[in-house]
Design a protein around this ligand. Structure first.
Ligand code: F6R
Length: 307
């Protein structure tokens, strides 16, 4: 209580510009996302309508897909009213190739559910070069004609890419052919064995296409994503980190696991946020941080520095 008798409230300063939901592990979080998707599918079914899903590949959505498959097999969730658009595909890439996103989607989702084949849309990695812009325009138009994407799933690359919108991608970018960042190509070596085999290009939905989705779930799992998560949710909106454009979207939720949050200000330097439970470890961490921050040896720190 202060002298006027009112309860003093700590003013917590938030550094985060996107709503973050922290889960113990990706499995729990993925189950929650799958629940939201199945609820939306069922609601549309009751209204006799179709639902448009934007889908991602990579490791992040795998557990969402396995939960959706389980719901189909054990709970009778039907995908007959679902239309899907995948975010991206390597270019060039044959759909039968081991690393194609067509193959990935079949393996983790489409082969196990009752979605009509004609409702599946994945950028075509075999399209001739001189037909690509026409093809990409048609991809965006088709999404638009169907009333837009209802739910978009996203992962985030270590460059801050969403889809394959690498740093430098502009906010109004449509679906198009892009060059992959060197870091993204290096991260893909695990799938292609040798760096020389990783394609230099990809077809990706644009930032504009993604931002037009009505609702977006971004999944961020693992400590290797901690730094980019911080940049995406705390950094200012900039093409340098394309995921920051999500800060402009009215209905994006970021699902993260415990190991991805370590670099967020509220966990890495909680004293900047306003309130923390001081213990010996935290005091040591804060003192070392202050000393590095202002470039003074610990023993020379003054009261003024601490304040
Ligand atoms: C994949 C895609 C990419 C991935 C991102 C994260 O369709 O669009 O943006 O979501 O590279 O990949 P993972 O999930 O493997 O860490």
């Amino acid at each position: 209580m202060n002298s006027t008798g009112s309860v003093l409230k700590y003013q917590l300063k938030s550094f985060e510009n996107l709503p973050i939901k922290i889960w113990d592990d990706p499995k729990q979080a993925s189950k929650h996302i799958a629940d939201s998707i199945s609820l939306a599918i069922r609601q549309k079914q009751q209204e006799g309508e179709k639902i448009v899903l934007g889908l991602a590949t990579g490791s992040s959505p795998i557990q969402v897909y396995s939960e959706l498959v389980r719901m189909h097999k054990e709970e009778g969730l039907s995908f007959k009213n679902v239309i899907t658009f995948n975010l991206d595909e390597y270019y060039p890439m044959h759909p039968d190739a081991q690393q194609s996103y067509v193959r990935f989607m079949n393996e983790y989702l489409f082969d196990h559910i009752d979605i009509p084949k004609e409702n599946i849309n994945i950028p075509d990695g075999t399209i001739e070069m001189d037909k690509i812009s026409e093809y990409c325009e048609a991809y965006d138009k088709k999404i638009e004609r169907l009333g837009g994407i209802d739910i978009q799933l996203l992962g985030i690359g270590r460059t801050g890419h969403i889809g394959f919108n690498e740093p430098g991608s502009w906010e109004t970018s449509p679906t198009r052919l892009v060059r992959l960042d060197a870091i993204t190509r290096r991260d893909a070596i695990k799938d292609f064995q040798f760096e020389e085999k990783v394609p230099y290009r990809a077809i990706t939905m644009g930032i504009k296409t993604i931002l037009n989705a009505k609702s977006i779930f971004m999944m961020v799992w693992g400590s290797h994503k901690a730094e980019i998560l911080k940049n995406a949710v705390e950094g200012s909106v900039s093409a340098d980190v394309p995921a920051t454009f999500l800060q402009k979207h009215p209905n994006t939720k970021v699902y993260v696991d415990q190991s991805a949050v370590s670099a967020l200000t509220r966990f890495s330097t909680p004293w900047l946020v306003g309130m923390c439970n001081w213990d010996e470890d935290l005091v040591c961490k804060a003192v070392v941080w202050l000393s590095l921050k202002i470039g003074k040896p610990i023993l020379k720190l003054t009261d003024e520095d601490y304040t």
